[in-house]
Each structure stands twice: as C-alpha cells, then as structure tokens.
Design a protein around this ligand. Structure first.
Ligand code: NAP
Length: 249
C-alpha cells in the first residue's frame, strides 16, 4: 500500500528501534522521511540502510532537547521537501529505576524535558508548516496507564502525553489530527534492561493476551494508519498496541 505517497514525515529518534521501523514503514508507503537522532554516525547508517532499499529519506542530527537542532530539523525538512505532513514525536529517556520519592531533581528534569517538553517545543517549531490534513503522533507507553515500579516516573511522563494528545488535538483542529500510540514491551535497546532477564521477559509475555512481546513493526503499522487518510476521522485518541496487556476499559 502507498497510503503516504507525496507526504513528508519527520520521525524523531528514528535511527533504531521503534522510530526506525516507523520511518521505514512510512517510506515504504511512499512518504519522504526525515530520519534523526543525536549521533551523526547513527543518522548516516540509518539513512544508508533505507536508501539502499530505494527509499526516499534524508538525515538530520537532532537531540530533541537542543533548540538549535530542533530548528535545523524543521528548516532542513522544509528546504528539501517544502512542507511537513507528519510529525512523529518518538524520543524518550528512562535514566533510572529509582522510586519517585528517591529521584534526583536533575533526573526529574531530564524526564520531563525529553519525554514531554521537547515534544511541545518541536511542534511549536513545526506548527506553521503543518498543512491541512496533517498528522501528529506521540509515542507514549503502556507504562502511561500502569506506571509500575522501575518505570514509575517515566510512566507518569507518558501519562502526560495522553493529556497532551487531547489538548493539542483540540488546539490544532481542524487542519491537523493529533493521536498517540501506547506500545507494550518491545525488545529494543531501550527495553533491554527488562527483557534480557529471562524470567522478567516471560512475565511480560504472560501479561499479554497474545503471549508475546511487541515488535517495532507492530508499532510502525499503527503509526502508518494514524498518519494516513485511513484514520481521517480519528483525532485526540490513543491506540494501545500491547497485545492485550491490561491498560484501560
Ligand atoms: P531504542 O530502540 O533504544 O532507540 C532509541 C532511539 O532514540 C535511537 O535512535 C537513539 O539514537 C535515539 N535517541 C535517544 N535519545 C535521543 C534524544 N534525546 N534525541 C533524539 N534521539 C534520541 O528505543 P525504542 O524502544 O525504539 O523507544 C522509542 C520510543 O518508544 C520511546 O518513546 C519509548 O518510550 C517508547 N516505548 C518503548 C517501549 C519498548 O518496550 N521498547 C515500550 C513503550 C514505549 P541516538 O543514540 O543516535 O540518539
């Protein structure tokens, strides 16, 4: 399917894992995709990998909490492709497994700065280029519904994205739809500390109804749906892609 033909997409933190899978899926569906992350060598490698498959991508280094790099991400996208149709805000950190009451203020700041504030600032920079029919997607987490120990404050920042989705869907309507994906556990580098422990991995699989962890491609499929006109009457919503893990009624 080429549901994204002619569209221009920015995906943050897209040199590996879920972001990379989303970028690849968008490009396979016909979009021109701007890959980004903090490290030039990762950006170059991801761009090379996708170009070798004949896909239309460009790369820009962007640490999402760096003002200048956010500006460059937007400016270079517009210089090359003229406008922006899709923004996927995917970057996040979980720097500690400390309990919330033990967390250092610097760590709290970093969690909010990258997981929530940078998404808002990126959209502020992108907003004037988002055309009628454009789509914004936040990548939250199942931990936004169940902020369990080890992921607690991270989970709370992901809960905030559910609210941000609702608020911005209203503020950016009717031209731009704003939706959110709450992935379950996917064995990427990010989740390595959870899934490398065989017992923990098994217990995470058991929590799903489908008895398996997620794949980055499962998230990419949901993102492609939300980015495309197939979801043209959906805004302000969160899709849980977690194999039936308990989230909400
Ligand atoms: P991942 O495989 O570890 O990939 C992380 C990517 O983010 C890399 O491309 C990395 O490249 C980039 N990155 C890290 N910090 C960045 C920053 N400050 N600015 C820009 N790019 C940055 O992670 P993932 O599992 O795909 O996670 C992606 C998203 O899914 C996150 O929002 C995460 O919270 C969410 N999520 C993941 C899971 C899971 O189980 N994996 C579950 C629920 C939600 P550089 O090192 O070059 O910057």
């Amino acid at each position: 399917m080429k549901r994204l033909q002619g569209k221009v997409a920015i995906v943050t933190a897209s040199t590996q894992g879920i972001g990379f899978a989303i970028a690849e899926r968008f490009a396979l569906e016909g979009a021109s995709v701007v890959i980004s992350s903090r490290r030039q060598k990762n950006v170059d490698a991801a761009v090379e990998k996708l170009r070798s498959k004949g896909l239309e991508v460009m790369g820009v280094v962007c640490h999402v909490s760096n003002l200048q790099q956010r500006k460059e991400l937007i400016d270079k996208t517009v210089q090359r492709y003229g406008n922006i149709d899709i923004v996927v805000s995917n970057a996040a950190v979980n720097p500690t497994v400390d309990n919330i009451l033990d967390m250092k203020e610097t760590v709290l700041d970093k969690l909010w700065e990258i997981n929530v504030k940078a998404s808002v600032l990126l959209l502020q920079a992108a907003a004037s280029y988002l055309k009628k029919g454009s789509s914004v997607i936040f990548i939250s987490s199942i931990a936004g519904y169940n902020p369990e120990q080890g992921l607690a404050m991270y989970g709370v920042t992901k809960t905030a994205l559910f609210g941000l989705t609702k608020a911005l869907a209203s503020e950016m309507s009717p031209d731009t739809r704003v939706n959110c994906i709450a992935p379950g556990f996917v064995p990427t580098n990010f989740a390595d500390f959870l899934v490398r422990d065989e017992l923990l991995r098994k217990s995470l699989e058991e929590k799903t109804l489908l008895k398996r962890l997620g794949k980055a491609e499962d998230m990419a499929a949901a993102a492609a749906f939300l980015a495309s006109d197939d979801s043209s009457y959906i805004t302000g919503e969160t899709i849980v892609v977690a194999g039936g893990t308990q989230s909400r009624l």
